[in-house]
Design a protein around this ligand. Structure first.
Ligand code: UDP
Ligand code: MG
Length: 309
């Protein structure tokens, strides 16, 4: 199948890597014989990355998006996705850790009719402090969301542009793009393939262990969106019910207490939990109102139609 490929590359302080990456990637794309574009997104680099990118811009296939400041990898990818003209979008890192040579086999797999082909860095070349939390995170994400992939964090993936363009990335949600694709577009026709991974030789990784907490928080958002976005009262109502039961049990226990001190503590805790239950219910009702706003004002629907026969 003939494609127009959009390669999206987020760049934050990668001055030593950009020219080498460009040298690697261009021959691979020319070899396909497809039409292609490469969009570099300079995410507020403070080194000479922009200068080097500007030198590449003479090539008619290359476009540069230059951010006002550092907005983060998700924003950089989103900007690239927004501008992409291809029918297939392929993001990859600028730090030479991904291997452009893998694109060929990924496209071949994609052509079997998949909406997404996900790169899996099976022989990942990062230290154990990076790899272990990432393995645990991938296991949890895959089990909680039902999307059976081994490597959500690998940037190198091949996406159906039409589906990807429905996705909106906030915060650091780039690690959850496959889940977002399934939430926003309903597509789950995903495949996975092993890809090469190289050690970072030049420049530094932009992340450290503190991202673990952020990934956990993002995972909460994503799981909530996936399961309850169009029915938040079911989640908050469930919480309210559990809190109400705790309150009821504590209040009943308080009346059987032998000592006045125990009675007072249980009685107060009982009322406190009743307050929590009421608050959870109110949040649920507010979330229902917000959800209606979201769907009705953006003219979105809670369902996605595959086709009408
Ligand atoms: N990146 C970016 N903005 C940021 C952080 C990272 O555009 O705020 C880019 C970075 O230049 C690289 C890619 O995102 O091309 C992945 O970053 P990094 O290699 O630091 O992540 P790691 O491979 O360590 O997970
Ligand atoms: Mg990297």
């Amino acid at each position: 199948m003939l494609h127009f490929l959009s390669i999206i590359i987020p760049v934050y302080n990668e001055e030593e890597n950009i020219a080498k990456l460009n040298e690697q990637i261009c021959p691979v794309l020319v070899e396909f014989g497809y039409n292609y574009e490469i969009i570099y997104v300079n995410d507020g680099s403070t080194d000479d990355s922009l200068k080097i990118l500007n030198q590449l811009a003479d090539d008619e296939h290359i476009r540069i998006i230059n951010f006002m400041k550092n907005y983060g990898q998700s924003a950089a990818l989103q900007a690239g996705f927004d501008l992409a003209c291809g029918d297939v979008i392929i993001p990859l890192d600028a730090d030479l850790q991904n291997d452009p040579k893998d694109i060929k086999k990924m496209i071949e797999l994609y052509d079997n009719g998949f909406d997404l082909v996900s790169g899996w860095r099976k022989g990942r070349q990062d230290n154990i402090i990076r790899v272990l939390p990432s393995k645990v995170a991938n296991f949890i994400i895959s089990h909680l969301t039902g999307i059976k992939l081994h490597d959500f964090g690998c940037t190198l993936k091949v996406y159906n542009a039409e589906l990807l363009k429905k996705v909106r990335l906030y915060g650091e949600l780039h690690r959850f793009i496959p889940v977002m694709v399934s939430i926003y577009s309903g597509g789950t026709n995903f495949a996975e393939i092993e890809v090469n991974h190289h050690k970072r030789i030049f420049g530094k990784s932009k992340y450290n262990l503190s991202r673990t907490l952020r990934v956990i928080l993002d995972l909460c958002t994503i799981t909530f969106l996936q399961k309850f976005a169009d029915r938040p009262i079911q989640f908050f109502g469930g919480c309210a019910f559990i809190l109400f039961l705790i309150s009821l049990v504590t209040l009943i226990l308080s009346f059987g207490a032998e000592f006045i001190y125990t009675f007072l503590v249980l009685f107060l805790v009982g009322w406190l939990f009743l307050g929590f239950a009421f608050t959870a219910l109110l949040i649920g009702i507010l979330a229902e109102l917000l959800m209606r706003n979201y769907y009705e004002f953006s003219d979105k629907r809670v369902y996605k139609i595959k086709n009408i026969i």
